[in-house]
Design a protein around this ligand. Structure first.
Ligand SMILES: *[C@@H]1O[C@H](CO)[C@@H](O)[C@H](O)[C@H]1NC(C)=O
Ligand SMILES: *[C@@H]1O[C@H](CO)[C@@H](O)[C@H](O)[C@H]1NC(C)=O
Ligand SMILES: *[C@@H]1O[C@H](CO)[C@@H](O)[C@H](O)[C@H]1NC(C)=O
Ligand SMILES: *[C@@H]1O[C@H](CO)[C@@H](O)[C@H](O)[C@H]1NC(C)=O
Ligand SMILES: *[C@@H]1O[C@H](CO)[C@@H](O)[C@H](O)[C@H]1NC(C)=O
Length: 335
């Protein structure tokens, strides 16, 4: 009997060493927020086209603690902002697209590894889709296909107008880098068309415009334009980004798209739906799967709600119940 007990002790000890601990901290906890912020920066730094995305809500978080690392598995909800990825404005200062302008939502599954105190994104998979605006208003924007002939013409005409905005002064000419969003809105029965596009500086000037080609990414400045047209009038507003050789957030060279022409092939996506579908440095399918708590749940207690104490102790030593606070999903930051 005694021998059995000792053996059991050894076995339990061995299990305790081997088995990882699984925790589910609250979605609004500091560690969840910190990881979500890492993903937000990552997704915006690694993309070279489209708009930046901002965190809206943390839906789930599970942390598996192994001997020398922690594996975080999270579900995050992001919203498209109005800042292009080349815009140096920090994403926290970028307004999100509201529902009336057709918000675009990205649902992301993200796996992080934290080792040596550093949290890194290892796998992510996002699904982006425009939110339906029908139930919001009748005169909401509607997205147009990125090959919409009328809207593309408005983009071209408005860029010409921008390039020729100052007469008789020698300034750089800009070329279309990427048409990012085309939309329409019916205002008092007149359809308005909106074109949003990124631009890149070329080797031409207003007084010397033979065979213009975009400058290379070391020297070019970039910008972003919003044009609107009711057919009778076209207005455009362009902002040239302050030149920067490195991205302040990542210290990485700012990316430039190699193809400076708007998409022309047959699989033209609808405006705003930027594929965020990049899975890289795969952890291997098994290890991602093994994050599922199912297999270990019966052996290892899942520690829910680590951060807020589940109960407090009254002066008499009796536990005092604390009102139940849902720990996931977290608060919505926008809508
Ligand atoms: C611009 O230059 C043209 C010819 O070079 C000249 O006729 C015109 O008056 C100039 N316009 C202005 C605003 O200086
Ligand atoms: C711009 O660069 C292209 C290709 O190098 C060249 O053919 C063209 O003449 C240049 N244009 C100007 C205005 O310098
Ligand atoms: C970019 O263009 C500048 C000016 O034309 C040139 O000095 C530089 O070598 C080019 N850099 C690259 C990486 O091509
Ligand atoms: C735009 O692309 C769609 C999808 O490939 C195609 O059916 C449509 O004809 C294209 N429209 C124009 C104006 O090129
Ligand atoms: C069209 O462009 C999309 C997105 O860039 C790409 O995935 C697809 O392979 C292209 N199709 C063709 C026929 O070039």
């Amino acid at each position: 009997m005694r021998v059995v007990c000792v053996l059991l002790g050894v076995v339990v000890g061995a299990w305790a060493m081997v088995l990882p601990k699984l925790t589910e901290p609250p979605c609004d906890s500091l560690e969840a927020e910190a990881a979500a912020a890492v993903f937000q920066d990552y997704i915006n730094a690694q993309r070279t086209s489209g708009f930046k995305y901002a965190l809206n809500q943390i839906d789930k978080i599970k942390i598996k603690t192994l001997a020398n690392m922690e594996i975080y598995k999270m579900e995050l909800d992001l919203l498209e902002t109005k800042c292009h990825v080349l815009d140096p404005t920090p994403v926290t200062a970028c307004p999100v697209r509201n529902k009336a302008e057709v918000a675009v939502d990205a649902d992301c599954d993200v796996v992080f590894i934290k080792s040596g105190g550093v949290l890194k994104v290892t796998v992510h998979r996002c699904k982006t889709e425009p939110e339906s605006a029908e139930d919001v208003c009748l005169d909401c924007h509607q997205l147009l296909a990125l090959n919409d002939t009328n809207a593309l013409q408005i983009a071209t005409v408005s860029l010409d107008a921008f390039n020729n905005r100052i007469a008789n002064v020698t300034i750089s000419k800009y070329a279309m880098l990427e048409v990012v969003r085309l939309s329409t809105q019916v205002i008092v029965e007149a359809p308005y068309i909106f074109a949003e596009y990124a631009i890149v500086e070329t080797n031409c000037t207003t007084t010397d415009d033979y065979n213009c080609v975009p400058l290379n990414k070391t020297v070019a400045t970039y910008g972003f334009c919003r044009a609107s047209s009711d057919r009778a009038h076209t207005a455009v507003e362009c902002r040239i980004f302050a030149p920067q050789l490195t991205d302040p957030n990542t210290n990485v060279m700012m990316p430039a798209t190699s193809n400076p022409v708007p998409p022309t092939n047959n699989t033209v996506p609808v405006s705003g739906i930027m594929p965020l579908l990049l899975v890289e440095m795969i952890l291997s399918a098994e290890s991602a799967e093994s994050l599922e708590p199912v297999k270990v749940a019966s052996i290892i207690p899942i520690v829910k709600g680590q951060a807020p104490a589940a109960e407090t102790v009254a002066p008499g030593g009796q536990p005092v119940p604390v009102p139940f606070v849902p720990i996931c999903p977290g608060k919505k930051k926008h809508f």
